[in-house]
Write a protein that binds this ligand. Sequence first.
Ligand code: ATP
Ligand code: MN
Length: 280
Amino acid sequence: MKHLRERDEVDDQSLQKYHKLAERIDKRDRVILKNEEEREVFEEVFDRKTLMVLYDLANNNAFSYLNGVISSGKEARVYWGVTSGGRDVAVKIYLVSSSDYKRRLQYVIGDPRFNKIKRDSRGIAEIWARKEFINLKQSAAAGVSAPKPITFQGNVVVMEFIGVEGIPAPRLLECKIERKDYTRIVKAMELIYQEAELVHSDLSEYNVLKYEDKLVIIDFGSAVSTRHPSAEEFLKRDVTNVNRFFEKKGVSTIENEKLLTMIRGVKKEVEFGADYQDTT
Ligand code: ATP
Ligand code: MN
């Protein structure tokens, strides 16, 4: 398989091939292309390099075609992809055109897992995709309920689809809330921190899906290592947001400070101590 994205010049044959892919998206994605304004949106997402990445991913069987847009956020678009075997996947494309890309730097700089950082908008979109993929890997290994990562390339991440026939499972904010949802989210926060050694950093009712009576945490692009200098600040914000939502829903919550202590756990504090001595 040729890695098109690594070349500056693309030969005619390859160009034709990825234009074919663009046509394929074009034909199926009627909603996005029904007028001029939406054609601009199409171009904003599918710039030349992103199309090459999608072409590569399709050639590597990450998916066979894209079957419509699920979500158009400010920083990313999520597409419903279908594999040649008929399995649904979620294809998240980080926008290279996002004007807000500098905001993301604070979630990368200081994370010991990422030291080579290209600070232009494409560089950051690519780091973000790679970071989401790695975060999902660490979360899966830790047993966190989150989409299973499939692959990533450039500014695109492919992951397990949470939902049925292209319709994503509802977000927590759209669901009837029960006490056990709170217990589950607390458990998830403990696993993410103690086992995956991450802080989600954007945890809220918008980034939790309810699927088959389970909670599935999504949107791991902003998650940082627990060793990131702002990890504690991000964790406090997550706890505050989660507690605020459940309180609003009439669920009695664990007091912020107590919940923070629970999430941090006892075991890791000891390990951090040992680790600290190692580096001095
Ligand atoms: P950002 O905060 O970086 O702009 P975002 O909020 O646009 O990202 P996500 O929260 O990851 O991106 O996804 C947006 C929406 O897309 C979700 O609310 C959900 O409806 C859908 N979605 C995302 N990932 C999946 C998935 N794995 N399976 C099904 N639907 C998904
Ligand atoms: Mn989100």
